[in-house]
Design a protein around this ligand. Structure first.
Ligand SMILES: [Zn+2]
Length: 295
């Protein structure tokens, strides 16, 4: 599932590609039936909060998208492609799709999960996007959007301070590992950031929220903002410090980008101990039993 960094990046890209102009929208698969509500209207802004996107086409015309586990966007320049697969929604710039695809758009399908940041299409050259497999793609009223915001916790990428995060964690008996996956505690943090933030804080994932030191929670919040912002820019999540990587200098290799996430059974870069895993809050948690002992 994409985490907040991807969602905020899509919001910026899609606004750069389509914002401030009328946008064409349709729903070829037949499951998104409200395209007429927004088709041809001006896209005023694209909002991102946690893992939710809101394309604002005017009052009570907010296209809400939650990618969930399966959802993904593809994008390209030049004409629309023939409809393939379970294509929930297409959004395009009517003038741009009349132009031929540029030489830099030789790979029109760009799944975020395969995007290593190289050979990237400049957002102003994006003529269309396709959306497949989202958990939600529906029109929200202003009231529905406000309700969503009330339900969600603070988002490190929206400049929210740590206060609400600290307060919600400190009043809970649930483990910090569970709480970091709770979108009403920290919006946008997902499974990769949960594991890596806990490692970087040297924090035991099984510590009850109420027992975690406030100073630790504040530094986790700050760390989340820095790491997620960097992941937005770099289009990859790198949480290891150069001094801890086996290769030290230069860009992090794929296998040394994370301390613990999906590294179960392999030696910790810091202590050499085998990384452990177990399911927590519905997803696999990864941690080092030697480095992560702080409460
Ligand atoms: Zn370790």
């Amino acid at each position: 599932m994409p985490e907040g960094n991807e969602i905020h990046r899509w919001a910026e890209r899609h606004y750069a590609a389509f914002g401030g102009r009328p946008v064409r929208v349709d729903g070829p698969q037949g499951r998104f039936t409200d395209s007429a509500v927004i088709d041809g209207r001006k896209l005023e802004r694209v909002m991102a909060v946690g893992k939710h996107l809101g394309y604002d086409f005017g009052k009570d015309r907010i296209l809400h998208v939650h990618l969930g586990l399966q959802g993904d966007f593809t994008e390209g320049s030049g004409p629309l492609l023939p409809v393939r697969g379970a294509l929930r929604l297409r959004m395009w710039n009517a003038a741009a799709v009349k132009k031929p695809a540029g030489p830099d758009a030789s790979k029109p399908h760009r799944w975020y999960s395969e995007d290593d940041g190289s050979d990237n299409l400049a957002p102003e050259k994006v003529a269309w996007v396709e959306l497949r497999g989202p958990m939600d793609c529906t029109i929200y009223s202003q009231e529905m959007w406000e309700k969503l915001l009330q339900r969600l916790g603070p988002d490190p990428l929206n400049g929210d301070g740590p206060e609400k995060f600290v307060k919600r964690v400190k009043k809970s008996r649930k483990t910090i590992g569970e709480l970091l996956m709770d979108q009403s505690v920290a919006a946008g943090v997902g499974n990769i950031f949960r594991a890596e933030l806990l490692f970087r804080a040297k924090l035991n994932p099984f510590t009850p929220g109420k027992d975690v030191a406030e100073s630790t929670l504040r530094s986790i919040w700050k760390d989340a903002g820095v790491l997620m912002k960097a992941a937005m820019v770099d289009r990859r999540i790198v949480t290891t410090k150069p001094k801890d990587r086996p290769h030290g200098k230069g860009q992090a290799l794929k296998e040394e980008a994370h301390y613990v996430y999906r590294r179960q059974g392999r030696p910790c870069f810091v202590s050499g101990t085998k990384i452990l895993t177990e399911v927590m809050a519905g997803r696999n948690l990864f941690w080092c039993p030697v480095c992560q002992v702080a409460a």
